[in-house]
Design a protein around this ligand. Sequence first.
Ligand code: SF4
Length: 371
Amino acid sequence: MEPVFPPARWWHRADNSDNGDVVHDVICELCPRRCRIAHQKSGFCRVRQNHHGQLINAAYGRSTGFCLDPVEKKPLYHFLPGTPTLSFGTVGCNLECRFCQNYQTSCSHTLAPLRETASPAVIAETALSLGCPSVSFTYNEPVIWSEFVVDTALECRKRGIKTIAVTNGFISQEPAAWFFPHLDAVNVDLKGFTDDFYKRLTGGSLAPVLETLRYIVHETALWLEITNLLIPGENDRSEEIHAMCEWIARELGVDIPLHFSSFHPMFRLMRHPPTPPETLIKARQIAREHGLRYVYLGNIRGSQTHTTVCPSCGSTLLERTDYGVVPINIDLPVPDTNTVTAQCRQCRQVLPGVYPPRMGIWGNKRQPVSL
Ligand code: SF4
């Protein structure tokens, strides 16, 4: 028997006047691809399917598995630092990045990896019972299973659990205005800063991602951090990094944390070399020249690559090693007040983000969870 899924949002019936028939094609409006999907076929992302002229989300209530991760692994460095986040994903993607680190699930041609099932309420209850302050939609692109994300976020909000999306930001504008306000924090993977890069290496385009970033900052209360993976010879030219950092500072503001991440040969880019540490260090220098205050270097070891430094007096506020966080010169919010920002103990500079009254001590543990 075919499983029953709730109807998806963001689609309309196509005009099938050519074959004048019974079962309609549908047009998915969720992301800029706007796939036309025939009966019993899927869109590019594989999880949105046409069943008898209705679009369904075949990933609803299903997952590849659940895990407690450090929130720093998303990466989010200014959102509930030191705490675990109940993380899960599904299969499929609306991009096809040649360097994808999760290609086994994001490029899966079947739904077979969706071995687990769980309702939104069960996921939220599990987070609550584990004492976990957030749930993360991650490992593959949450936009394509957004109905499941939003219903889970609603259940989490009822229980005081925050929600996080790790996304490529490749979503149409109207669905974005429905999707994002249900969440509390987001990490957007800004994969490069030229349309040529997006077209050649991701199969998408840059403009919708920039539109999403502007929307999140100017129209929502979400906490935003950005990740940029630097791939040698593809998106690591100084001019491109200058252009990206200048745009972030001008359009989004200098308080948005930026994570430069190093590439390792993966998927269809096995012949590209890993990112040299000097490229990351140079990228951080460029970002600072454009005034960005919180710039982090991922996937490399070294002094200060993950440290949060007060932009006003230079004091070390938070040190991180292997996702563990150590508070140094930081005053966290007083419990039972509405304040969520921290402050530099030396000069009282406000540290933007969302901080717990007591620093989490989850460290770098990764713990599978059965629901
Ligand atoms: S969400 Fe999926 S089905 Fe819809 S337009 Fe994008 S790729 Fe196509």
